[in-house]
Every structure is written in C-alpha cells, then in structure tokens.
Ligand binder design. Structure first.
Ligand code: URA
Length: 232
C-alpha cells in the first residue's frame, strides 16, 4: 500500500466526527484532592453545590456547617464575588446574609438592582475560614475551579469583586483595593469592577466626600450606568 493511502487510514478528522463525546461522570470526580476540574465539567449549578458540600480539597471542609455556594438569579447580568462565608453564611448556606450582606442589598437597591433578579452572589471560598480569617492563597486555589465553573455557567456581563481578596483570588492582581476600586478591568474577556468590601464600610460609617461609603456610591452608580449602556 502506498504511503499516502496508509496515512489516510488514520484520518483522525473523520474519526473524531463520528466518535461519541465522552460525558464526564460527576461521581468519579474526587472532591477530596486538588486534581484539576476541567472547564465544562458541570452542566448546571446544582452538581457544583452538591460537590462543594462534600468537598475536602482544603481543610476548610473539616469545620464548615454548610458550603456557601451562591444565591440570586443564575441568569443575572451581574455576578458579585465576595471573600468567603462568615458565621451567618455558614449557618444558612447562603452568601452575604449577615450585616455586610444587608448593607450590600441596600447598596444595590440604591441603584435599583435586585438580588433576586439582577445579581448572582458567590465567594472566592465556599467554606467559612475559622474565626473569619482571610482565606489563604492555597484555600482560594483549591476552591477556584468551582468558581470558574459558576462564572462559565452564569456568564455575567459584569462582575463585581468585593475587596482585595476577591480581586487576588480571581485575577491574581495583588494591588491594594483602595488603588483599584472603581476602575474597570478585564479578566478573561469579562468586564470586572473591584469595589470596597461592604464589611469595610460597616467599620467606616462616615458619608463624607472621599469616605468608603461615598466611594462605594460613586462605584455602584458607574456599575448601573455600564449595565444600562451594555443592555441598551
Ligand atoms: N463576606 C463575604 O465576603 N462573603 C459573604 O458571603 C459574607 C460576608
């Protein structure tokens, strides 16, 4: 047989078209070791939540009551990414339901954004760090595949990253939040705005020009304007 004919026997283009695509078997994905979770593993948010609730990819799994995966509209145009659950969130399994969460709701409502309709809220780490400490880089990295899958499925138009830990955990950018808040940045082709963390506003109640609350007001109006602009 001529060489060319032999080669054509292994025409992989023809093969790959006729081969059935392998479906990932979610039962076989270990949630106790940090093996990669490839993009496309999950076809909805439900199995992500199931996996997070039995996840031990880092030590936070040992002390959680509930994994805190997300809340809001899975088709929302805005996704908000926080740092990690606190006590109220750990108890309820829902992100941003404590004092910081109540303030976040008020901030959103001030520009007519509704958490049930316009927003989906999640965190860098899905399990509460003991004593509400900042999650470590390793914990954030262990949890990141779940977040990346959430972002892929929700496909938000705008992402709000609340505080330096959220910015670093998602994008790797280590700059201080006061330097970069209120500036649009692009990550993986997505429009992101770093904003101050609502808990920081609770510790700084002043409303004077230049105060954290005043800065947040500027930033959330810019987010509203951008959403209106890209939805028009
Ligand atoms: N702070 C966060 O960053 N996330 C929450 O879910 C609650 C408080």
């Amino acid at each position: 047989m001529a060489n060319e004919e032999q080669i054509s026997l292994f025409n992989t283009d023809a093969f790959s078209e006729s081969l059935p695509q392998a479906e990932p078997n979610l039962e076989l994905i270990p949630t106790d070791v940090k093996i990669p979770i490839p993009p496309g593993t999950y076809d909805s948010l439900t199995p992500i939540a199931e996996h997070c609730n039995r996840c031990h990819r880092c030590d936070l799994g040992a002390t959680r009551t509930h994994a805190v995966v997300g809340r809001g509209n899975p088709k929302a145009p805005i996704m908000i990414i926080g740092e990690g659950p606190g006590q109220n969130e750990d108890e309820t399994g829902l992100p941003f339901v404590g004092r910081a969460g109540q303030l976040l709701e008020k901030i959103l409502a001030a520009v007519k954004l509704d958490t049930e309709k316009d927003v989906y809220i999640s965190n860098i780490v899905k399990c509460r760090p003991p004593g509400n400490r900042t999650p470590t880089t390793e914990e954030a990295a262990a949890c990141k595949p779940y977040l990346l899958e959430q972002i892929r499925l929700i496909d938000p138009k705008i992402m709000l990253l609340t505080g330096a830990t959220a910015v670093k955990g998602l994008t790797g950018d280590k700059r201080g939040i006061t330097k970069i808040r209120g500036t649009w940045m692009e990550w993986e082709g997505r429009l992101c705005m770093p904003i101050l963390h609502p808990a920081y506003l609770l510790r700084n109640p002043s409303r004077e020009q230049g105060s954290p609350k005043w800065l947040m007001w500027q930033d959330i109006q810019a987010v509203r304007d951008k959403l209106d602009e890209i939805s028009a």
